[in-house]
Design a binder for this molecule. Structure first.
Ligand SMILES: COc1ccc(C(=O)/C=C\Nc2cc(OC)c(C(=O)O)cc2Cl)cc1
Length: 289
């Protein structure tokens, strides 16, 4: 990789790095311009050292010895074989073994995150409906490829300039073999407010990854419509108690259809075996309305 400080921008091979457009526990995302094809890209920048450090923190109990770098290389291998209109497209990876940074070049999804929450200006039911339907197709595709996303949330749904949705961030995904995805690494993956109750039972770390993705998509749909997550608390332990115990409440002053409420309730069903599945969602009254 040729790195040179051209003026104030870093030049990586044909990519000129521009301003930061995203950031998270994973690292950060910068806008990148390729002179080769006069096209902008989203460049996700990871620090290998930071990944190794994070693993130290997150590592709990007997876990398979996957170094966090293996997870990134696994995400890359997974992303390279994916091709669906509702999943972000990995273009290439710049990885210099002598460098600490790892660069993942993605097709730019121009409008970024569909909605930042909490917000007082959530989406209309119509807009949420369109975003939900495309997210569902993307999730159906991932599950069909035997991939559990494991971190579905509004921040990982990106909007194209034409208003289409692409699911991003397979950084904590789980690939499963065989029929179903019983997640057994008890990973503390996923964003607390979007985690399914069955993933919060200490010790019981065998749960169905697909059902947990449906729960997270349900919590995401709730937050797109109401502007905040379905369960809120001042601490993570309290939040987890609410996720396990409390029933979903809909704000009184917020007019939504009965079909939408019913769809959300079926996705936020505490019992994973009773929870609506992706195939059932595809024929749900609200989804097909
Ligand atoms: C306002 O304009 C904006 C246009 C694009 C963005 C943007 O792209 C942000 C994040 N992007 C991504 C993040 C990912 O993980 C965390 C992955 C992945 O690992 O799959 C892929 C992408 Cl693309 C932001 C603002």
């Amino acid at each position: 990789i040729s790195i040179d400080q051209t003026g104030s921008f870093l030049q990586l091979n044909q990519y000129r790095l521009m301003e930061q457009i995203g950031q998270g526990s994973y690292g950060l995302v910068k806008l990148a311009y390729s002179e080769e094809d006069s096209t902008h890209y989203a460049m996700k920048i990871l620090s290998k050292k930071r990944l190794l450090r994070q693993a130290g923190l997150m590592r709990r109990g007997p876990r398979k010895a996957t170094s966090p770098l293996d997870r990134v290389y696994r995400e890359i291998a997974v992303l390279k074989k994916l091709d669906h209109p509702n999943v972000v497209k990995l273009v290439e990876v710049l990885d210099d073994p002598l460098e600490d940074s790892l660069y993942m070049v993605f097709e730019l999804v121009k409008q970024g995150e569909v909605l930042r929450i909490p917000t007082d200006n959530p989406l209309s039911e119509k807009r949420a409906w369109s975003i939900f339907r495309e997210s569902l197709l993307g999730l159906e595709y991932l599950h069909h490829q035997k991939i559990i996303h494991a971190d579905i949330k509004p921040g990982n749904l990106l909007l194209t300039e034409f208003g289409h949705v692409k699911i991003a961030d397979l950084g904590v995904c789980n690939e499963f073999l065989g029929e179903d995805a019983t997640i057994s690494n008890g990973s503390t993956a996923g964003t607390p407010a979007f985690r399914a109750p069955e993933t919060l039972i200490p010790g019981q770390n065998q749960y169905c990854g697909r059902a947990a993705d449906v729960w997270a998509l349900g919590a995401t749909l709730y937050s797109l419509i109401f502007g905040n997550v379905p369960f809120l608390a001042d601490s993570v332990p309290l939040l987890y108690e609410k996720i396990k115990q409390d029933s979903v409440k809909f704000p009184e002053n917020h007019k939504v259809t009965e079909n939408l409420k019913s769809c959300i309730i079926q996705m936020l069903e505490k019992n994973a075996t009773h929870r609506i599945t992706v195939p059932q969602l595809k024929t749900n009254k609200w989804v097909t309305s």
